[in-house]
Write a protein that binds this ligand. Sequence first.
Ligand code: SAH
Length: 298
Amino acid sequence: MNSAPKAGLHPRNRFNMRYDFPQLIASCPALAAFVKPNAYGDDSIDYADALAVKALNQALLRQAYGLQHWEIPPGYLCPPIPGRSDYIHHLADLIALRRGPSVRVLDIGTGANCIYPLIGASEYGWSFVGAEVDAAAWRWAQKIVSANASVTGLIECRLQKSVTQCFRGVIQPGERFELTMCNPPFHTSAAEAAAGTQRKLRNLGGKKAGLNFGGKANELWCEGGELGFIRRMIEESVDFAPQCGWFTTLVSKSEHLPRLEQALRKVKAAEVKIIDMAQGQKKSRILAWTFAEVRHPA
Ligand code: SAH
C-alpha cells in the first residue's frame, strides 16, 4: 500500500492507504483489465463500473484475508470494502477489542455479499449469524461461506421469513449475541431506490447510468425507509435485551437521529452511543444501544 492514509477511516482499517494495484493484480489477475490512470496519473478503476468494483473487491479480500471465493449475483449490491470494514473496527472498540469465536455477532440483512461476517470473522475471529430475508441472497451468502474454508465454521446464514422482523424468527431461545449489526435498506420505495442509484452513478462520473450498480431495488428499500426499519428494530430489541449486549445499526441520514434517540428513550435503553464514520466526503454513523444495566441490576 502507498503513502497518505485515506481521510476519516478507522486507524485499524487496513484499507486506509492508497491501493497498490500491481500487488492487487498479482492476487486477482482479472483486475488488470479495469485499472487505468486517473486524472492525476495514478492507477485507479472506474468506481461506477460494477464489474471493476467487483474485481477490486475480489483482489482486496484475497490479499487481506486469503478469501479466494467471493462473487455476487448480477444486480446485487457491490459493497465498498473500506467502508464496510470501518463498521467492524468500531464494533471491536465497543467490546474492548475482544477476539475469537466466543464473540457472537448477528448481522441483520447480510446480503448476497455476506460482507460483514466475512470481514469480522477474518479480522477478529468472531462468529456470525447472518440473517437475510431475500431467499436468493441467503442461498448465495451460504455458498460464499462454504467456499471459503477459513470462515466456514464461523458463519451461519439464517433465512428471515418476515420483512418486518429483525430478531424474532432468527434469534433462538437461549442464544446470546455480544453484538448485533445492520446496514438497513434506506429508501422508502422502489422508485426512490432507483432514483438514488441513478444519482449515485451521475456523481461517480455518469457514463454508465442505467447500469444496475447500486443493488436490487428490494435490497435498498423497505416500508418506512431507514427510519421505519430502525424504529421497528428498536421496538423489537426490547424483547431481546436479555440475549444481546450491544444493538447497533448504520444510520445514513443524520436527520433521522433525533427521532431514533427519542425512540430509544421511550424503550429505556441504558446507554446510547453515536459513532461517527467518514470515508472521504461521505459521512455516516453507527447508532448503538444497550439495555445492559437493566439486564444486570447491581
Ligand atoms: N449487509 C450488506 C447488504 C445490505 S442491503 C451490505 O452491507 O452490503 C440490506 C439487506 O437487508 C438486503 O439484502 C435486504 O434483502 C435485507 N433485509 C431487508 N429487510 C430485512 C429483514 N427484516 N431481515 C433481514 N434482512 C433484511
